[in-house]
Design a protein around this ligand. Structure first.
Ligand SMILES: C[S@@+](CC[C@H](N)C(=O)[O-])C[C@H]1O[C@@H](n2cnc3c(N)ncnc32)[C@H](O)[C@@H]1O
Length: 479
């Protein structure tokens, strides 16, 4: 992060602006919104400067001199003279005063962000000076997304802060109360402009003294690209007091959980079960019984090879409230981003999801059925057992030249797709040193990767350039 976003209170604080033209005028207007005490230094002033209240703005008709900055909190250089701007920058830096030289990012120790103003709610957007038009576009998007009544709502709840603090000494209880408020009719009352009803409803909620109730959200986070999260997943990740996660959840997705939520990693990599499943089940129950909102976040979909079923059974046994949020499973995500339709009228009429990693005492798979042609197998956790999977499918009659795609880190910026044939599956995995997580797509449709990936949605990963790299990896295939 190049600039730390902070909001400063400038009311009656000294700010110096060097420059008397239109740009300086715009900056002064922005600073006056925050009620700063301005000194403007210039040899000539745009006529509009004389409209300002002289109690708030002092006009100094003079050349720039470093002593003019003494005591200032912020300095803005808005002249069209490069030497003056440089002198202002140097003087401010020497005095450790935050300085902004307009349109000169290297000479800015602070920047003016694009602002969405729903006072008292203010959203500031910055591209650290690299792409102001992009920042402006984002602001426009947010302007349309964030309703106007957010400002009055924030004002109203602000008047209840002390009462709520007095009622709930515990931070988690207070947070739960506010969550309840924002899910209540208080919001729609404010939206309608009925402040009286909103206030009454807030008071009623406060009087009701709700018992803090724990809840567990079993959330599917998809295969890795954060844009594949559902809106509901994002909302619940933002509400949780505690987030219980495992390694399959990508770092980009973990960035989106509530900043101050407690994070508990329960491991789970192949061969590295840091926390036993029973312990995770017990942990979820215990946290919910403490009244916490727990987000149990899982890669892909929680109910597809995600042990979500076992966790929900345990919650139900202890009568803990829960919500389940489906996620995009690896087969759907990897196939889409690799340009492989899982079914296709010409090539595959059925799809089977299988795991290469069963419970120790689990039954073996129905190889007879899995080896049938014109169907697709999406094999989860199949890398280690690939020699066995290959041997069983061949032994049960699947053709040696059946196309296979191995998708490593599917949907992520470092996605790699390697194409091969069934009789070379294990050797290809070894030769390319395929790492977890990886999904095997076995069947006629896998051959379509080469045809479709070039123009397709592999570009949905971080950038098109990366997508091209991804596809060129795929071209190292042995098929
Ligand atoms: C324990 S299973 C979890 C599956 C998950 N619940 C789902 O619905 O995708 C883990 C396996 O899913 C597959 N997988 C998950 N995310 C993947 C990704 N981004 N790319 C490739 N395979 C992935 C791999 O086969 C991995 O070993």
């Amino acid at each position: 992060m190049q600039y730390l976003p902070i909001f400063t209170k400038l009311e009656n604080k000294p700010v110096v602006v060097i420059g008397g033209g239109e740009v300086a005028l715009r900056k002064c207007r922005a600073l006056l919104k925050a009620k700063a005490q301005l000194t403007v230094v210039a040899l000539h002033f745009h006529p509009d400067f004389y409209q300002f209240d002289s109690a708030q703005v002092t006009l100094l008709e003079a050349e720039f001199n470093p002593t003019q900055l003494t005591g200032a909190m912020l300095v803005i250089a808005a002249t069209d003279n490069e030497d003056v701007n440089q002198a202002v920058f140097a003087a401010a830096e020497a005095q450790h005063i935050f300085v902004n030289v307009v349109d000169d990012q290297p000479r800015c120790s602070f920047i003016f962000p694009s602002i969405v103003d729903r006072s008292p709610v203010t959203i500031a957007i910055s591209s650290a000076g690299t792409a102001p038009v992009l920042a402006r576009r984002l602001r426009e998007k947010l302007e349309t997304l964030i309703p106007q009544h957010i400002g009055p709502l924030a004002e109203l709840v602000g008047t209840f802060r002390d009462k709520v603090k007095a009622r709930f000494s515990n931070l988690a209880d207070r947070r739960q109360f506010w969550e309840q408020v924002f899910d209540s009719t208080v919001v729609s009352d404010v939206q309608r402009g009925d402040q009286v009803a909103a206030t009454q409803q807030l008071e009623a909620l406060l009087d009701a003294q709700p018992e803090p109730q724990g809840e567990v959200y079993i959330v599917g986070a998809g295969p890795g690209d954060p844009e594949l999260l559902t809106l509901k997943a994002l909302q619940l990740m933002q509400q949780a007091d505690v987030v219980v996660y495992d390694y399959l959840v990508s770092d980009e997705i973990m960035e989106l959980v509530r900043r101050d939520a407690e994070l508990i990693c329960v491991g789970k990599r192949m061969g590295d079960h840091s926390v036993a499943q029973e312990d995770t089940n017990n942990l979820l129950v215990k946290l919910a019984q403490q009244g916490k909102k727990v987000c149990r976040i899982k890669g892909g979909d929680p109910f597809i090879y995600g042990r979500g079923g076992e966790e929900v059974q345990e919650l139900a046994r202890h009568q803990v409230r829960y919500q389940i949020v489906p996620g995009i499973t690896a087969a759907a995500g990897c196939s889409a981003y690799a340009g492989i339709p899982l079914t296709h009228r010409d090539h595959a009429q059925a799809i089977q999801f299988v795991t290469g990693h069963c419970k120790k005492d689990g039954q073996d798979l129905d190889w007879q059925s899995l080896a049938k042609p014109n169907q697709t197998l999406a094999v989860y956790m199949g890398v280690v057992k690939s020699p066995y999977i290959q041997a069983q499918l061949l032994a049960h009659g699947r053709g040696a030249d059946t196309p296979v795609a191995i998708v490593e880190n599917g949907t992520r910026a470092n996605q790699r797709v390697v194409s091969t044939r069934l009789n070379e599956l294990a050797s290809t995995i070894e030769a390319h040193q395929i790492q977890s997580p990886a999904l095997l797509i076995i069947g006629e449709v896998a051959a379509l990767h080469k045809e479709l990936a070039w123009f397709g949605n592999t570009a949905q990963t971080a950038s098109f350039a990366q997508a091209l790299t991804t596809v060129s990896h795929a071209d190292t295939s042995v098929a």
